[in-house]
Design a binder for this molecule. Structure first.
Ligand code: AHR
Length: 632
């Protein structure tokens, strides 16, 4: 192989490797957003979902011990319900919250217990107890309630044990009526210690990927099954208690796992997404509804004459992110604690939409955004059928309009990924740039329990990604999808990161993404064998970059064969030091996976390699991704 380190063919965009977050598989509530109480604000549609009253049901002698019922506020627009608890027999009544498939609590850590209450009877205090799986007491706190009017209460609880599936038991001292709302137990040990913060281990996994952008909030949840159920960012900002809960588009979808309890509390809303992007050093890339509900469901269309509010949402979002504190929406952001603009550069219009109805609507958005915010880069979509008629149609139209970036999605077999490493080699260099916004190799059918994040899928993605990188002049953003899944709450497989209530791990696909993301470089080179780039000849794939910040030549070599391969490399245009590093991700068994029990079964191993000043020879293990880092 030969590479000339002095010939840069393109700049690698800092956005090249990013992440795509969607609230699917309980990735937000019950995942990244670590509230422990399910349905804390009593807004989930199906009554007291998440809450149980075991004593009042179980003990017939005690059926009248107490009762909880939903009541509608007469004067609140977003926060519709509160709970009225009537206690007749304080010894006999309890209210239990099971959490999101249990509550993960950690020994010795602090949890904030908070709630709003109006004490309308003779109840003197509310007792909060955390119980383990066998109902043993793990921690408790008692909060006196002294106001007849709504008042916020806050205290702290510290578990004496670590429990994966704890629950909350609330009991009451005294009798009578008490109104309650926003009953929350929230870890204090969040990412950066923020009050309404995010689960630390999960953000740490993301931060370690060095993502260039964060696309949010989805995915199909952007679109909703109906237009009324689309994601509306304005309802996700401001005080958390005023954010209007919405059914999740993935509620009960794909019958492998029934999840009728899937709602969006929006505790993790647009402000938090922007903040997360900032924390990660990633460009925020919000995607908004274009006025078409999910085309895999109803595909409901907003009539063209009613499109304005949708367009206004996009314009207002730019003001929310970038406007000064004196602007209407900039003020909302400033009041939430971020007077400085978020410096958003990109906005996506429509997730995975296709066909003439999309193009018609997209044009209107583009006209309005370009007129008011000419510097904002708009991301458009080409739909999910990479070889289909609609895909061609979308691309033609968008090209004609001079669109900036087109989002492509593909969930295909491992073979498809290996065979398509040359996908972008012939894309028109004068057309729009590509955002490979959702992709993942599927070991079997999408969203089935057998569809695994095994080594074959990850290795095939690695082979494909050398093709993304070789085409960095046209491909400027890429992200795997979906990002996260709760082991008991998923609707889709495969997923890059798996978690339960306490732990999380990266799949082999995660480590592939991480190796590319942390070694993206700044300038694209050509690496060739007899003048040809490696796109699978003899089951080898390659890409090469230099990193002007670290002064390194970085070469990615993927061997998808069962044989070890020896590779000689001639380097021109620079001189190398006497040794370098090689990160190797490898497994002999293509069906191997990572798991909670063995989370690093497949993970990169670092080797030191000897290098000549302009030559080196390395051995590539069977089924391996190898990243060579050579000081120039
Ligand atoms: O990533 C899962 C889903 O796949 C996304 O929500 C959607 O955009 C695509 O169909």
């Amino acid at each position: 192989l030969s590479v000339d380190a002095s010939k840069s063919f393109a700049e690698i965009q800092p956005t090249m490797y990013g992440i795509f977050f969607e609230d699917i598989n309980f990735a937000a509530d019950g995942g990244l957003y670590p509230e422990l109480v399910k349905n804390r604000s009593f807004e989930f549609e199906l009554g007291l979902m998440g809450w149980e009253e075991p004593n009042s049901d179980r003990h017939s002698f005690n059926q009248n011990s107490g009762k909880a019922q939903l009541v509608k506020y007469s004067d609140s627009t977003n926060n519709h319900n509160y709970v009225l608890v009537t206690v007749n027999d304080p010894e006999g009544y309890e209210l239990i919250n099971q959490g999101y498939r249990g509550m993960g609590i950690k020994k010795g850590e602090q949890y904030r217990v908070s709630f709003d209450a109006a004490n309308k009877g003779a109840i003197s205090a509310v007792k909060f107890e955390l119980l383990d799986e066998e109902d043993n007491l793990v921690s408790s706190t008692t909060v006196p309630v002294n106001s007849i009017n709504w008042k916020s209460y806050e205290t702290e609880i510290i578990p004496s044990e670590t429990v994966e599936k704890a629950k909350l038991r609330m009991t009451f001292e005294g009798t009578g009526d008490i109104w309650m709302d926003m009953i929350s137990i929230f870890p204090k040990n969040t990412w950066k210690g923020r009050k309404n913060g995010l689960r630390k281990d999960l953000v740490q996994l993301l931060a370690a990927m060095n993502p260039g952008f964060l696309r949010f909030p989805g995915g199909c949840i952007v679109e909703g099954r109906t237009l009324a159920q689309r994601y509306q960012w304005k309802k996700t900002v401001g005080p958390v208690e005023e954010r209007e809960t919405l059914v999740n588009r993935w509620n009960e979808e794909f019958s492998h796992r029934l999840t009728p309890d899937y709602f969006q509390s929006f505790g993790l809303g647009f402000y938090e997404y922007f903040q997360l992007s900032e924390d990660l050093g990633a460009e925020p890339l919000p995607i908004l509804s274009c006025g078409i509900a999910c085309q895999f469901n109803t595909g409901e269309l907003v009539p063209m004459q009613d499109l304005d509010p949708y367009i206004q949402d996009a314009l207002d979002l730019i003001e929310f992110a970038n406007g000064g504190p004196e602007t209407n929406w900039g003020k909302v952001r400033a009041e939430m604690g971020h007077p400085e603009p978020f410096q958003m550069k990109y906005i996506g219009i429509g997730n995975e939409q296709w066909g003439p109805e999309y193009i018609k609507r997209y044009k209107e958005f583009e006209k309005a955004i370009r007129a008011k915010y000419p510097k904002i880069i708009i991301v458009s979509g080409s739909g999910p059928f990479p070889d289909g008629e609609y895909f061609e149609y979308g691309w033609e139209q968008l090209k004609e309009m001079g669109a900036a970036i087109v989002d492509e999605h593909y969930y295909r077999s491992p073979e498809w990924f290996r065979e398509n490493a040359n996908r972008y080699d012939h894309y028109d260099r004068s057309g729009p740039k590509v955002f490979a916004g959702e992709y993942a190799a599927q070991s079997v059918a999408i969203a089935s329990p057998e569809n695994k994040n095994n080594w074959e899928t990850a290795l095939s993605e690695a082979a494909f990604m050398t093709g993304l990188e070789r085409n960095a002049d046209v491909v400027t953003l890429t992200s795997y999808a979906p990002l996260m899944a709760h082991k008991e709450g998923w609707q889709w497989t495969p997923d890059m990161i798996w978690f339960d209530n306490l732990q999380s791990y990266g799949t082999p696909n995660y480590y592939v993404q991480k190796l590319f993301g942390t070694n993206s470089g700044t300038n694209l080179l050509k690496i060739t064998e007899d003048g040809k780039e490696l796109i699978g000849q003899e089951e080898l794939y390659a890409s090469a970059v230099t990193d002007s910040n670290s002064g390194e030549l970085i070469i990615k070599l993927v061997n998808t064969s069962s044989e070890e391969k020896s590779v000689k490399l001639d380097v021109k245009g620079t001189r190398l030091g006497s040794s370098g590093k090689m990160m190797v991700l490898q497994k002999q068994d293509l069906s191997a996976e990572n798991s909670f029990e063995n989370p690093t079964n497949i993970q990169p191993v670092e080797e030191t390699i000897k290098t000549g000043s302009q030559q080196l020879e390395v051995s590539l293990k069977p089924y391996s991704l190898n990243v060579l880092k050579l000081k120039m």
